[in-house]
Design a protein around this ligand. Structure first.
Ligand SMILES: [Zn+2]
Length: 68
């Protein structure tokens, strides 16, 4: 099974990855700020349950939940 290259982000033109969405994507700036997400992936996805909750909320708000 071959995987196609990842689609670029329609907003930024960068590679559409989890890291891009959580840390960099301009489209989700508002949501990211609202949730006070950590701006580095390691911290945002870290073992802190608080952060995990924020990520889930972020994914639901951005409707990306079903894509992952
Ligand atoms: Zn983007």
């Amino acid at each position: 099974m071959t995987k196609t290259d990842p689609e670029p982000c329609l907003t930024c033109g960068e590679i559409f990855s989890v890291k891009h969405i959580i840390c960099f994507c301009r489209e989700f700036n508002d949501t990211r700020t609202k949730l006070k997400l950590a701006d580095n992936l390691q911290e945002a996805l870290g073992p802190n349950p608080d952060n995990t909750q924020k990520i889930f909320t972020f994914l639901k708000l951005t409707k990306l939940y079903n894509l992952i």
